[in-house]
Design a protein around this ligand. Sequence first.
Ligand code: CUA
Length: 372
Amino acid sequence: MAQHTAPPHKVNLGPGFWPVAIGLSVFNLIGAYVIATWDVSGFLPEAATPAGDIDFLFKFMAVFGNAIFVYVTGFVVYFSIVWRRRASDAPDAIGIQVHDSPRLEFWWTAIPAILVVILAVLSVKIWANLQQTAGDVLTMESIGHQFKYEFRYPTLKQSVYDDMHIPVDTPITLHVTSADVIHSFWVPEVRLKYDMVPGLVQTLRFTPKKTGAYRIICTEFCGTNHGQMLAAMHIDTPAQFQQWLGKQAQTQNQGNGPVALSGGNAATGQQLFGQKCASCHNAQGGFNATKVGPGLGQLANDPAHPMLVTGEKPDADGISHILIKGYQGADMSSGKNGPSLSVMPNRQANGLSNGDIANLTAYLLSLSHKKS
Ligand code: CUA
């Protein structure tokens, strides 16, 4: 049986359509007002310049998102009640067929298209501002490691780990990358986030405006201790920053004397191992007792691995060299999960003093000698 589907002369929208539409419009306006006047900075401080722009963009999108949510869900609920199937309807009844409403189709295409163009222009404009700030007064680098952040400053010979310091009101250019797996660098109070990707350098630009300490959070799952990969961004006054920088330079110059290994204390080393090494290394079992790195229980007494990964002898000197310099190797193919890049952070990354290195070396040697 042919169906007649001529354009309707009069569309029946259902009883109460216009009052419902007015009610939804009131909801929409209240929502838009709440979003537009919401003080985001009271909830999450704006610690640096792009934060305000990004909040504006977020609110702009949220106002239109709110309208779409209110009208779409509102009318879905309304129509499903008004045009529900009734018990009196014939079993094969079909609803009113509406075809060809060029006016309606024009507007439901044109309005979203215009909105998307406005959003695109606004987003690109803010993004371009982020990329092209006037001056790079302090240019620095951050490198993600399992599971900490490394920071490089132009005036410091060595890296700084865990917490970063920057002076207020100073345009910062921060290049970020990773030494091992994908991490991310996110400071909610600055509203900026970039993934830290091995082999790729990405640039964040911002100008800190509010002194204080803010969280740096890794938001990319990067291994067992991903959840603890947190650091602080300290926004200092220029005087505080210079003081901090001076102190860093001083301790870096002091820490470079030769390490005396003979005075190492294995018991102290064991405690230190728990704090600094145990998230990546087992203290029991041989090389193949892999966690993130190899097991170290038979480091100096393992017939299958007579030499360290560096090719050095597994004695106090060889072990201490890895603790000092760290290690970056091709793969640990005997690991459970197949070949992987093995990266062991150096002494600065692990925050090891000369005494710490002596104690850890003594502890690691004592493990192997117990087994023999
Ligand atoms: Cu680094 Cu998650």
